[in-house]
Design a protein around this ligand. Structure first.
Ligand SMILES: [Zn+2]
Length: 456
């Protein structure tokens, strides 16, 4: 049985995850993500895939983040009409994230055309909100820890990844050959989500390496937030937290609400200003089996945050100079309402912008964390004078030590491990570590590389 694996994304970058398994009768696309960040990467979204979408038999998603699911509407638009398999929470979250992604692309294209700062005339969205809603019809949800048959010899099983609600590790059985995709691995220590499941065996492993060259701060995130918030309020500044709508927003809310209840920070308002984050919080709280909150903590999340609804209310937030915590998306400041807040808040030295997770190369977030004194927002240069902080400790990704710990669950080494989903230096660092500490065979595949799963 000739089986192969092709890396159509998630190589040399943390975005664009798409892995194609080809067997005699099936073509399974594992994840279907958008490229984000650097322009050279984003342009790949507009290039044709190396295969016809119609020739794909199944799409299996690890989780709802756009860099794993954001290409689905385009795949369907280009003719894919098979099933898109996911967990229930992933489907619910895709139901929020994908239409939002379509809407943002329409808005960006409209804005670019209106202000004519595009070189492509006219700017076109990759897909629209309507396209995104349409693709949701193709989703089929399955449970964790069940053997899902795709054809006579091919099946897969979802394990919990503990990265965001609904997130999975996927284990395929391809006619006796097992291939495991780690997806995005969560952390063994997480206040809100279950721990990643242990996986004990794989013939071939495809492993993420977002933090392959780093370990997270072991400081308590609550203590860190307490210190940064108090410091900013003392100098009469405001706090802007660009946060991913799914997972991170809820985690930060959980911490700041607790800090406020315990009077460890002043009684300042906490705003969630992202319609998507508001929706994601609703979904998060409705899948109680996907989170570890007590009933009281869940009720606090609903009661103590002010969820900003309309754009008028959002703009009004910038009329006030009073100290407040504004949590807004997107997490890497690549789009969304957070941009309007940056326009008003970034040039005020008393303010603080706290980035709360990985900032991919080429994003405004990465530039600001690296110390950029100016950023471009909506075609206009803005001075950065606010204090910029980045809390890696809030990451939803396992760090290098935690990945190694998870690999410790394997009873015997996979025949080969492919290191993906990382900037080149992270993937390379993890490869070296896996080879030297575990003695496993491991490599970092190139973009569009195809490997035979039979000859490994
Ligand atoms: Zn993710």
């Amino acid at each position: 049985m000739a089986r192969s694996l092709q890396f159509i994304g998630g190589t040399g970058t943390v975005t664009g995850s798409k892995y194609l398994i080809t067997t005699k009768n099936n073509r399974i696309l594992v994840d279907c993500g958008l490229f984000q960040g650097l322009k050279v990467l984003r342009e790949r979204n507009r290039k044709p895939l190396p295969l016809s979408p119609r020739s794909i038999s199944h799409v299996v998603l690890t989780h709802a983040h756009l860099d794993h699911s954001g290409y689905v509407p385009l795949l369907v638009k280009k003719g894919y009409s098979g099933e898109i398999l996911s967990t229930r929470a992933t489907k619910a979250l895709c139901g929020i994230l994908l239409p939002d992604s379509g809407r943002l692309q329409e808005e960006d294209a409209h804005y670019a055309n209106k202000h004519q700062f595009t070189k492509h005339e006219p700017a076109l969205p990759l897909y629209t909100e309507k396209d995104a809603r349409h693709c949701l019809k193709y989703f089929r949800t399955v449970e964790y820890h069940q053997n899902i048959k795709l054809s006579k010899n091919i099946s897969f099983e979802y394990f919990r990844a503990g990265h965001i609600p609904g997130s999975c590790i996927v284990k395929f059985n391809l006619g006796g050959e097992t291939v495991v995709f780690s997806g995005d691995l969560g952390r063994p220590i997480n206040n809100l989500l279950p721990q990643p499941d242990r996986v004990t065996d794989a013939d071939v492993l495809v492993l993420e390496s977002t933090y392959g060259d780093r370990v997270h701060d072991r400081e308590d995130p609550e203590v860190l937030l307490e210190r940064l918030i108090n410091k900013t309020v003392q100098r009469k500044g405001r706090i802007l937290i660009p946060a991913f709508a799914v997972g991170r927003t809820q985690e930060i809310l959980h911490f700041v609400i607790r800090l406020k209840k315990q009077n460890r920070i002043p009684q300042i308002p906490i705003y969630v200003d992202s319609p998507m984050a508001t929706e994601a919080t609703r979904v998060f709280l409705s899948f109680s089996e996907e989170n570890r909150l007590t009933a009281e903590e869940a009720a606090d999340m609903r009661a103590h945050a002010r969820f900003v609804d309309t754009t008028e209310e959002s703009r009004a937030l910038n009329d006030s100079k009073e100290s407040a915590i504004i949590i807004s998306a997107s997490g890497m400041a690549t789009g969304g309402r957070v941009l309007h807040h940056l326009e008003h808040m970034a040039d005020v030295p008393e303010n603080m912008v706290i980035f709360a997770g990985f900032q991919a190369a080429g994003t405004r977030g990465a530039d600001m964390v690296a110390g950029a004194r100016q950023i471009k927002v909506h075609g206009r240069m803005i001075s950065v004078r606010a204090e910029i902080q980045c809390l890696d400790v809030l990451s939803a990704h396992a760090d290098a030590d935690e990945i190694m710990q998870w690999l410790g669950g394997f009873r015997k080494p996979p025949r080969h491990t492919f290191i993906t989903h990382g900037e080149p230096q992270s993937s390379e660092a993890l490869r070296k570590r896996i080879q030297s500490e575990l003695g496993w065979s491991a490599s970092v595949p190139d973009y569009l590389e195809t490997v035979s799963l039979d000859r490994l």
